[in-house]
Every structure is written in structure tokens, then in C-alpha cells.
Design a binder for this molecule. Structure first.
Ligand SMILES: [Zn+2]
Length: 283
């Protein structure tokens, strides 16, 4: 015979109530719904319109928190891993170019930071919240318009919040909350080690590049930003062609060089975007 014990069958209490009084079950599910909504509210989860993608995204963190995470990561990861290139003239030039493109992007409301890193690699990447880096190796090999294209591609990742979505998928809310606190300057030693580990994971994640869809979207948005910023959008195609031909020191596959998707596909899609833009202008 089945024992009716609330310990062994914790769901029974509600089932009995459900069988006897259907009205109460409605109340129970109402309460559950309110609780779930409350939880989403407490964690700050929100559906936000993303002007870069034209879609609504479910985001666990808001823009201010994203900038805080980026700031914390910029201090922890980049400052420890790479030295900035000590060349004030080129640095100033990069800042001007970057700000000109950020102003015409789909996310002009945050402050962008641009930095040349003193390393020979052919690479560039963006941290959440608008912290954008290009390596000296790549910077020196590209012409002006190609440099702008690389910056526009990284700005596009920030504008479309690709990093936030990737972090959300990989980390979950608790880890993100830890990163936000680190960005606020929280020096709790118990948290510091954990946050440093998480920062490294995120940096690794972001530096390897994004999904096929995100990379192609960032190239397409970059074409648009270049045109708006007064730079020949064909530079996006030319910079990808350069990256396909030149492997760079170490031969590392890294963010802008991402072979996922294949460079041939990225070049073809970027060229289609440029053609579409040119046709639109002629009409
Ligand atoms: Zn990218």
C-alpha cells in the first residue's frame, strides 16, 4: 500500500488541494508567476531593444553594469597581459579615428576607449562596455582606411552587445554580478581570485572570436559605420583580404582573424553589404 507521507511525496500537498479546490490551484500558479516575475525584476533581467541588430534581447545586465565589467576586465586582464604601445602620436590618432566611428555607430551613448597594445600580433578585440584594442603588429601593417575598418568591426561587436550575450551564455548571473562588483572597485580578497579567473575565461572567450552569425553581422555593421563616418566601406573587404593572406606572428587565430566563419565567406558577405550600400546611394 502507498504511504501518504508529505516527506516522501512533497508534491502531494498541492495535488490534494488541486483535486479538491481547483480555484486554489489557480492562485498557486498566479503566485508562482508573480514570484518568477519578481525574481526577474530582482536580477535586473530585461528585454531590451538593440538598435544595431533591430531585435529585442533578453539581458541580465544593463549598460552601466556592462561598462563596469569592461572596466574591471581592462584593469585585470589587459593591464597584466599586454603593455600599451608608448607612442602618443599614433595613440591620439587612433582615439580620433575610433571616436569618429563610435559617434555614428548604433551605440553612441557610452564612452569608448581605444588602445594600441605593444605586441607584434595581427589582432584586435573588444571587451564589454566599449574597451577596444588593436595590436601594434596589425596597426602598422594596415593603411588608414583598413585600420578604421578593424575599429568599426570591434565597435559593431560592442554596439550589438555580442560580448554580453556570450558572457551570459557562458557564466550566468552570479559570475556576472561578481564581475560587476570587481568593475566597481570591490577589493574583497575572497572574491578577487574568483573574479580574476572569470575575467581570464571571458577574455579567452572573447579573444577567440564570436559565432559565425555575430562575425558576419559585425562586418556588415562595420561597412555601415565606415560609410557614415566618411571612410570608404570597401576598406572592410580589403582588411579581411589582408588578414586572410597574412597569418601574422605566431599564426594565432584570434578575434578579428577568426576563421569561424571562413574568411572567404566573410569577405563575400562584406562585399555584398558594400554593393547594397552603393546601390542604395545610386537610387
Ligand atoms: Zn569579430
Amino acid at each position: 500500500m502507498r504511504r501518504r507521507s508529505s516527506v516522501r511525496d512533497p508534491g502531494r500537498k498541492y495535488r490534494v488541494k488541486y483535486e479538491r479546490t481547483p480555484k486554489r490551484s489557480f492562485c498557486f500558479f498566479c503566485c508562482l508567476w508573480v514570484a518568477v516575475c519578481g525574481l526577474f525584476f530582482l536580477t535586473g533581467c530585461a528585454t531590451v531593444y538593440n538598435p544595431a541588430t533591430g531585435r529585442h534581447d533578453v539581458l541580465l545586465i544593463d549598460s552601466v553594469q556592462e561598462v563596469q565589467i569592461g572596466r574591471g576586465m581592462a584593469q585585470q586582464v589587459v593591464a597584466q597581459a599586454y603593455d600599451p604601445w608608448n607612442h602618443p602620436v599614433e595613440q591620439r590618432h587612433l582615439n580620433e579615428m575610433g571616436r569618429q566611428l563610435a559617434r555614428v555607430s548604433d551605440r553612441p551613448d557610452i564612452i569608448y576607449h581605444f588602445q594600441i597594445l605593444d605586441a607584434p600580433e595581427y589582432n584586435a578585440f573588444a571587451l564589454p562596455g566599449g574597451y577596444i584594442y588593436i595590436f601594434r603588429g596589425l596597426y602598422e601593417r594596415l593603411d588608414e582606411a583598413q585600420r578604421a575598418a578593424v575599429l568599426a568591426h570591434e565597435i559593431a561587436h560592442v554596439a550589438a552587445k555580442h560580448a554580453v550575450k556570450r558572457m551570459q551564455a557562458a557564466l550566468g548571473y552570479d559570475m556576472l554580478a561578481g564581475l560587476v562588483l570587481a568593475g566597481l572597485g570591490n577589493k574583497d580578497p575572497r572574491m578577487a581570485e574568483q573574479v580574476a579567473g572569470v575575467s581570464r575565461t571571458v577574455f579567452d572567450l572573447l579573444s577567440r572570436g564570436y559565432s559565425r552569425q555575430d562575425e558576419i553581422q559585425a562586418d556588415g555593421l562595420a561597412v555601415k559605420y565606415l560609410a557614415r563616418g566618411g571612410v570608404d566601406p570597401q576598406a572592410m573587404v580589403r582588411s579581411l583580404e589582408f588578414l586572410m593572406k597574412e597569418e601574422g606572428p605566431g599564426g594565432r587565430t584570434f578575434e578579428i582573424l577568426s576563421t569561424h566563419p571562413r574568411m572567404e565567406e566573410r569577405i563575400r558577405k562584406a562585399q555584398e553589404e558594400v554593393n547594397r550600400l552603393e546601390q542604395g546611394k545610386r537610387r
